[in-house]
Design a protein around this ligand. Structure first.
Ligand code: ATP
Ligand code: MG
Length: 461
């Protein structure tokens, strides 16, 4: 980044109360401890701390200017210090990101969907990297703060950007799209996540479709072609639409998926041409992410042969369906990165397909942030444990009791289902019940940190 402070002031409609418009800015931070010389520091008020209390630190670390929403901060600015006053520092960050993005004439891809956004974004970036210098959202920086911070990392060498966009309610994707001005949008799926704010799947589909609102002539969207609700929701948007999925009308149509060699083979009809892809992760739902990513990369100009070899190198990262072999043919499946009902069901299906001998054991913890859908979501997972013929279901946490209840009601015998309020309480039982020929799935929301239990059990079985 190489900007003059004057451009920043204009973009964010701020008042330069101290400092010089010609000062050069080369980065942006919202954490004063990470400010480097030449950076802008945006003072945000969080729940537990207020950036306005850390201006001294930012200046000490060499900030080119601090951006504040409190005029009284001027008293702290000594000689040589720069300070810009704005009404709202978050609006200012977003305005700067929007203005900055407009100085890059490169494809910008927005990736959204109910589940699998980060996964799809990472696979897409991997496929693009073989040909283009790619900026991608790091980790899960997908919201009203993460998105502008990502855009502000663009530099002249980037040839394409892949941005994850998340939403909890109506209007949020429209806001993110307005900032990022994507040239193409990928809507990977529409599922019952964030029902609490949106009320119905129709509303979720409409809220996802907002990502297309700013697409112009020559821009395009790639959508999940198996969702009639999504089809309906994107109808009002004029941009060119491509579809991926299993349905006949899909431009990228999956004919068949075959689990083999610790991965999945995908038979795909790619704009009329028959192709075979392989993803080294044995999940049919992840296969959808891979097809979406491959189709988008293809539409952006990456040859299919390159996409295929990128997919072969895909590594989803730790704690995402990570398969750890055990000595006697068993395995631990560590999928403790995060969870919602759909990803729980995905993990149960995958575990079932990976089981070779021994018991199929599911150690499942609470799913957080499900709102009104909390009880139903946990019960649904309990049902799917039965449907996937889990031999032993261990439910951990207060909410997980609903899973256990539903599994018993759906026919699992009493001794096949155990509920513990905490990880600690379950350890003794797990150690005596599991052995090294079992297939053992661990999964829960991030807040449960179930990986510590998976690690402890791994060292024992
Ligand atoms: P967030 O809303 O937290 O950003 P996300 O949409 O980015 O979530 P990921 O982090 O990619 O989703 O994946 C979350 C969980 O869902 C992981 O456990 C992953 O294995 C699982 N998952 C990924 N893709 C799918 C899919 N298409 N269907 C079901 N589960 C999936
Ligand atoms: Mg994500």
């Amino acid at each position: 980044m190489h900007l003059e402070l004057g451009f920043v002031v204009d973009s964010i409609k701020g008042k330069l109360l101290a400092g010089n418009e010609k000062t050069i800015v080369n980065g942006v931070e919202i954490d004063s401890r990470r400010v480097k010389p030449g950076y802008l520091f945006f003072a945000f008020k969080g729940e537990s701390s207020d950036g306005h209390d850390f201006l001294e630190d930012a200046w000490k670390n060499g900030a080119a200017a601090v951006i504040v929403s409190r005029g009284d901060c001027l008293t702290k600015a000594g000689p040589g210090k720069s300070l810009i006053l704005v009404n709202d520092t978050l609006d200012a960050l977003q305005d700067l990101a929007a203005a900055y993005r407009r100085s890059f004439n490169i494809p910008v891809v927005a990736v959204t969907g109910s589940v699998g956004k980060t996964s799809t974004k990472d696979i897409l970036a991997l496929c693009l990297q073989s040909r283009f210098k790619t900026l991608k959202t790091s980790g899960n920086y997908n919201n009203e703060i993460g998105l502008p911070l990502t855009l502000l990392q663009l530099d002249k060498t980037h040839q394409v950007a892949v941005l994850e966009m998340a939403m909890r309610g109506q209007g949020e994707l429209l806001q993110l799209a307005t900032i990022a001005q994507p040239s193409s949008a990928l809507i990977s799926n529409v599922e019952k996540v964030h029902l609490e704010t949106l009320g119905s799947l129709e509303n979720i589909a409409r809220a996802k479709a907002e990502v297309m609102a700013t697409l112009g002539a020559g821009d395009f969207a790639l959508i999940n072609g198996d969702s009639p609700l999504l089809e309906e929701a994107v109808r009002p948007y004029a941009a060119k639409k491509y579809r991926f999925g299993y349905s006949k009308s899909c431009d990228f149509r999956i004919e068949e998926t075959i689990i083999k060699n610790q991965g999945i083979e995908i038979r795909l009809i790619c704009l009329g041409q028959s192709e075979k892809l392989f993803l080294p992760l044995p999940s049919r739902r992840w296969a959808m992410n891979a097809v979406a990513a491959a189709a988008m990369a293809f539409l952006l100009g990456v040859p299919l042969e390159e996409i295929k070899s990128s997919l072969l190198n895909f590594n989803p990262g730790s704690k995402r369906l990570e398969i750890i072999p055990l000595p006697d043919g068993g395995k631990i499946i560590n999928d403790t990165y995060n969870a919602n009902p759909l990803s729980m069901i995905n993990a149960l299906e995958t575990s079932r397909e990976l089981q070779e001998k021994g018991k199929l054991v599911a150690v499942l913890g609470d799913m957080l942030e499900l709102g009104d859908y909390e009880q139903e979501g946990h019960r649904e997972v309990g049902h799917h444990a039965v449907k996937n013929q889990v031999d032993l279901l261990i439910c951990i946490g207060e909410r997980a009791a609903w899973m256990a209840e539903a599994a018993r009601a759906a026919g699992m015998a009493g001794e096949q289902v155990r509920h513990f309020l905490s990880k600690e309480e379950s350890i003794g039982f797990l150690k005596q019940s599991l052995n090294s020929s079992d297939t053992i799935l661990f999964k829960a929301s991030r807040g449960m940190q179930l990986e510590s239990l998976a690690e402890e059990i791994y060292s024992e079985v």
